[in-house]
Design a protein around this ligand. Structure first.
Ligand code: SF4
Ligand code: SF4
Length: 457
């Protein structure tokens, strides 16, 4: 039995070894995923985060009394019949959360450089909101605020909008001021990618310390250009321009995560897009692709046409994700090493979102309300902060759901929506992909180590 990934520290500390109980009947813990590989069987414990490889001989002994079964019991891969696995998971995760030491400083910033945009996507959740750019004065005060509240730690800034590059001067100003103050930072961006060019990519790599950009592609050329409906009428195809900009980013070693928004309007077309992306960038380090369904309960709530096609959309998404993986564009999603004790930036005390007027909020999807402070103030609306930590109540399906230890849904999250079997299938398939990726990397590292040892002999 080989340990590919050890159990999370908190799980090892809080659970210790499970004792074998005389006469008890044992079954796999609900959160254990099994994946067969050429060398044997991978067992991933989603509760403790431990990943094991069993040889074929050990796999054959899993169900019989003996040392293999004893080891699986001790490491919580097996549970006694009658145990409430959900209760065990819930108690462990609550305890781990309660024991986490408080973290000092604000180190994660999502900065809305503007809520204006150069595209007019029909599904945009910001449709109907005011289009406000951040001013130079606000940007300079924000940089001071960031330095004063960092606790001396490195910042991670996510540039967000609208389209963040539609007010790129603000990014220059903030970064310059941070550098002058000796404040360390790195950044990422959610962008439509249109406004990059060689000079901007150079600034991004050198001054903004930009490490990753997420860019949405809605389809091949015609579908994309129609969906995005950019404001420019210069005859240049935005699709070609954005693809060329992805190349510029990759050449500058800035990772690009392409998001494919999947709806009833582009289901077939996205497969053709994946073909095109694979032809141009298949296997290229730094590029990854993932899909996101447009459906009624997330931030794209206006999409009436998808409302009646939920199952169809998720089925199509599963096929699309498989296709993305087959084409070598699936990226490097691995497994989380620690227990999941929080949701996202919204319930994280070290993260804030800054609107163009300097208001501070918790979720990037709110630019005009739900604020809890301002960069000109040290006062915080504690009730607002607390409200962002409230979790969605569990549903009956949670009791048997393999994703339970991964699932952390906030009541106020516009993306939380209802939980559907199809959505769970996507989550489970991503988890299984993470298991396979982790094993592949482990094998690769082992081979490299052995080669190195031979060279050293
Ligand atoms: S995915 Fe759905 S069923 Fe599973 S734990 Fe989350 S809310 Fe419950
Ligand atoms: S609350 Fe939901 S929409 Fe808001 S930042 Fe978190 S995951 Fe995103």
């Amino acid at each position: 039995m080989e340990t590919i990934i050890p159990a999370a520290k908190a799980a090892a500390r809080l659970l210790r070894e499970q004792r074998s109980r005389l006469g008890a009947a044992w079954r796999p813990l609900r959160y254990v995923l099994r994946e067969d590989v050429a060398e044997g069987t991978l067992l991933f414990n989603g509760l403790t985060r431990e990943l094991l490889l069993l040889t074929p001989e050990e796999t054959a002994q899993m169900d019989a009394p003996g040392p293999v079964r004893e080891a699986l019991i001790a490491r919580w891969f097996l549970a006694p019949e009658g145990q409430d696995d959900r209760k065990l998971a819930s108690e462990l995760l609550s305890l781990a959360a309660a024991l986490e030491p408080p973290k000092e400083g604000i180190t994660g910033y999502t900065v809305m450089t503007t809520t204006d945009c150069n595209a007019r996507c029909f599904y945009c959740y910001e449709l109907g909101r005011s289009r406000v750019p951040m001013s130079r004065e606000t940007a300079l005060r924000l940089a001071d605020y960031m330095t004063a509240h960092s606790g001396g730690k490195k910042l991670h800034i996510s540039w967000f909008g609208g389209e963040p590059l539609y007010n790129a001067e603000i990014i220059d100003l903030i970064c310059q001021k941070l550098r002058e103050a000796g404040q360390e930072y790195r950044s990422s961006m959610i962008s439509n990618g249109y406004l990059f060019d060689e000079a901007t990519v150079r600034r991004a790599a050198e001054n903004w310390k930009l490490e990753r950009v997420q860019i949405t592609l809605d389809g091949t050329e015609d579908v994309y250009n129609r969906s995005k409906a950019y404001i420019y009428k210069d005859g240049v195809s935005p699709y070609r321009r954005v693809l060329d900009n992805i190349e510029l980013l990759l050449e500058a070693h800035i990772a690009v995560r392409v998001r494919l928004n999947l709806g009833a309007h582009n289901g077939e077309d996205l497969f053709r897009l994946v073909d095109g992306l694979a032809e141009r960038w298949g296997g290229r380090p730094g590029l990854s692709v993932y899909s996101n369904p447009l459906f009624e309960n997330n931030d794209f709530g206006v999409l009436e046409q998808v409302r009646t096609h939920r199952e169809e959309t998720f089925r199509r998404q599963l096929e699309l994700e498989d296709y993305i993986r087959q084409k070598g564009l699936g990226g490097r999603n691995g497994l989380r090493r620690s227990l999941r004790t929080g949701g996202c930036m919204a319930d994280n005390d070290q993260s804030v979102v800054v609107a163009p007027d300097g208001h501070i909020g918790k979720c990037e999807h709110f630019s005009e309300s739900e604020f809890c402070s301002h960069i000109d103030s040290e006062a915080w609306d504690r009730e607002m902060i607390r409200s962002w930590k409230e979790k969605v109540e569990e549903v009956p399906d949670c009791a048997g759901c393999v994703c339970y230890p991964e699932c952390y849904r906030l009541k106020k999250c516009p993306n939380a929506g209802a939980c559907f079997p199809e959505a769970r299938m996507i989550q489970e398939s991503r988890l299984r992909q993470g298991v396979r990726n982790e094993y592949r990397w482990y094998v690769h590292k082992q081979a490299a180590r052995e080669e190195q040892e031979q060279e050293n002999c």
